[in-house]
Each structure stands twice: as structure tokens, then as C-alpha cells.
Write a protein that binds this ligand. Structure first.
Ligand code: SF4
Ligand code: SF4
Length: 357
């Protein structure tokens, strides 16, 4: 479950698709949302605090955690996604005490393209995290066609700094031209070399993208099935990113198809309305997706090892589950890098010589 505490943010990252506003959730909305879902919760539920920038609403985080601990007795594990600029030691101690998994968004050498003034404060927050809660956070770095030439050197730097969990994300909501795709392939080749060296030296691989994923099968979006989000404007969606795509466009027919309504309507119509909206989410499976060139993912040889967020794709194409051609290419390039890493690594514990020349 995701709580988008507010749509306020102190950054204006060029790749962020969210629209800012002045909406803030109230604690009574959060508790009503949690209470309604109580009988339907799994044994363990991840509750994510999101924004905007959630540290701008810190008292709401504390109140929600206190309520969840009192009324749900250890049922929730918490996550929080932050730009890190407001993260102080006292926050870190609190997050550690409550076993949060923190996701800090930091783009390495590309951070200055995002918010030049943020580099020093975010790096300080990262140093504090490494010192006081090293196992409890992941760094997510986003690269765009403009910043992709900085990808390998940025990730190498972060590996060197000793962060335990790293994630490298690519912004596919904007076009990737052939030259950008070539640059991406070159950067990922370099990154694989750096990672192999790191694995050889330390025996560990902090970069989540290169960790072996045993799971194969047709990807289905989690939204509305085992995932729900309460947005800062008090609407309920299967996943917060649907609000980014449709939230400001209530006349779009997809709004009624995917929005569970305002919280009060969601609560009052829970048994009648919710199943019909949830059924629309069930259609969002990779084998039903197709590209702008009308190629169907269902016919692709790579279907069972590919996963594309249908909403991120729609941010580019304007139509849910229709994927821009560059997404397909980006996926193929990243899969080649993963396969190259796995092949060079060989059986567990062994690195084959010359395998990634
Ligand atoms: S590689 Fe392209 S066509 Fe194949 S499943 Fe992925 S997105 Fe669809
Ligand atoms: S695939 Fe996209 S829309 Fe679906 S749950 Fe993941 S992020 Fe949300």
C-alpha cells in the first residue's frame, strides 16, 4: 500500500512526471483507509510513504507509524522514498528503530543536472545512512538520454563508496534516439566490467539490476490486485503512477476505469464499485501489450523475461499498455547486459576469464 502524503516537493527534477500542488493527506484519512482494508490484509504488508517529498510531511509519517503499530501490531513493514535533501540523523535513527526500508533517489554525477544545489546535502545524507543504517537503504539512480553518458562512471563511484543496495533506472517516458541507445549499450558494457571486478574483489553484488532473477513468466502489473494507493488529493488508485497519468484529467474515460474514487466513495461503495474497477486492472498483462508499430508482446520470444510498466509507457504514447519502440530496445539492451554479467560470472563463486572482452 502506498500513501502519497502530499504533492509538495522541494525539488523540480527534469524527469519527474508528477504535477505539484498543495494537497496533503490527513491522518484521519490514512487511518480510515487502513481500517477499511484491515480484514483483507496479507500477513505482512509493505506500507510505503511517498510524495512529492515525504519528509516535508514528517509528522504524518510518525503519526501513521504510531497508529499502525498500535492497531495492527507488527503487520506492516514500512518503506519511504525520498530525495534525501531533508534527511537528518534523527530521521535515520527513527527509520532504523522502525525497520524502514528507505529508497533514496540520487543520480551520481548526473545529480547536478537535476538540482545542482542538492549535491552536498544529499551526499551528506548518504554518508550518514552508510554510517548509521547501512543495511536499511537503497540508492535509486535515474538516467535519461541526456545523462546516460554518466551512467557507468556514476554507478562505479557508488559501488566504490560501499553502498549495499543500488538500483539503476532509465527514464523511458521520453524518446531514446538510436545514438542514445548506442550510448546506453556502451555504458552498460562498462558497468558490467566494473561490477564483475567488484564481485571478484568483495564477493557481493550491490547492483540489484544484475542480481539473478529466477522468476520467469508473463508479467502482470500489480496495481489494483495486491496493491493500492491513497493519493494526496484523497483519491484511491491501484498504483500511484496511475494518478500521475490520469489524475488531472477526470474527463478521460480511463479515469473512471482505473480510479476507485475519492476515499469516502471508496469506503461507501467498497463492495459494489471496487470489484468492477479492480477487474479493469486485471487486463494489464505484458502479453496484452503492443508497440506503437503494432507488434504484440504476446508474440515476442522475450515475453517471459520482459516487464514493462504500462503506465510509464503511456506517459510516452498516451495510451495505456501501448509501448513506444525505444522501450523495447532499452529492454533488449538491458537484458543483454544482464546476460553478459551472468555468463561472465559463471557458476556461483567463479568468474570466467576473458568472458566479457
Ligand atoms: S522485448 Fe519488447 S516486444 Fe518483447 S516483451 Fe518486451 S516490450 Fe514486448
Ligand atoms: S507496473 Fe507500473 S502501474 Fe503496475 S504496479 Fe508497477 S509501477 Fe504500478
Amino acid at each position: 500500500m502506498t500513501l502519497v502524503l502530499s504533492d509538495r516537493c522541494n525539488f523540480s527534477c527534469p524527469y519527474c512526471p508528477q504535477q505539484k500542488g498543495k494537497n496533503v493527506l490527513r491522518i484521519q484519512d490514512i487511518t480510515a483507509f487502513l481500517d477499511l482494508l484491515r480484514p483483507r490484509l496479507a500477513q505482512e504488508v509493505w506500507l510505503g510513504f511517498y510524495g512529492g517529498e515525504p519528509l516535508l510531511s514528517w509528522p504524518l509519517v510518525e503519526k501513521t507509524v504510531a497508529y499502525a503499530e498500535e492497531k495492527f501490531k507488527g503487520r506492516f513493514r514500512f518503506t519511504l522514498t525520498t530525495n534525501g535533501s531533508l534527511l537528518k540523523k534523527e530521521h535515520i535513527f527513527y527509520l532504523k528503530k522502525n525497520r524502514f526500508k528507505l529508497v533514496l533517489s540520487y543520480d551520481g554525477l548526473a545529480q547536478k543536472n537535476r538540482d545542482a544545489g542538492s549535491v552536498t546535502t544529499v551526499e551528506k545524507a548518504l554518508a550518514n545512512l552508510r554510517e548509521h543504517y547501512s543495511a536499511g537503504y537503497a540508492v535509486n539512480s535515474v538516467f535519461t538520454p541526456q545523462t546516460v553518458p554518466l551512467l557507468a562512471v556514476s554507478m562505479a563511484e557508488m559501488l566504490k563508496k560501499g553502498h549495499k543496495h543500488l538500483l539503476c533506472s532509465l527514464d523511458t517516458s521520453v524518446p531514446w534516439q538510436n545514438a542514445d541507445l548506442t550510448a546506453l549499450e556502451g555504458e552498460l558494457k562498462q558497468l558490467v566490467s566494473v561490477c564483475l571486478e567488484h564481485q571478484q574483489k568483495t564477493g557481493s553484488m550491490p547492483l540489484e539490476n544484475l542480481k539473478e532473477n529466477e522468476k520467469k513468466g508473463v508479467f502482470a502489473c500489480f496495481a489494483g490486485r495486491d496493491r493500492l494507493a491513497l493519493l494526496a488529493d484523497n483519491t484511491v488508485w491501484g498504483c500511484e503512477i496511475f494518478h500521475t497519468l490520469l489524475g488531472r484529467d477526470p474527463h478521460n474515460p480511463d479515469y473512471a476505469k482505473y480510479c476507485f474514487g475519492k476515499l469516502a466513495d471508496f469506503i461507501s461503495g467498497f463492495k459494489e464499485v471496487t470489484p468492477a474497477v479492480a477487474a479493469n486492472y486485471a487486463e494489464l498483462r505484458q502479453d496484452y501489450f503492443f508497440s506503437t508499430k503494432k507488434e504484440m508482446c504476446g508474440l515476442c520470444d522475450d515475453l517471459e523475461s520482459c516487464a514493462v510498466c504500462p503506465v510509464t509507457a503511456a506517459l510516452a504514447t498516451g495510451i495505456l499498455a501501448v509501448l513506444p519502440s525505444w522501450t523495447c530496445e532499452v529492454k533488449k539492451i538491458t537484458r543483454r547486459a544482464q546476460a553478459g554479467f551472468a555468463a561472465a560470472l559463471g557458476p556461483p563463486g567463479r568468474i570466467r576469464q576473458n568472458a566479457h572482452a
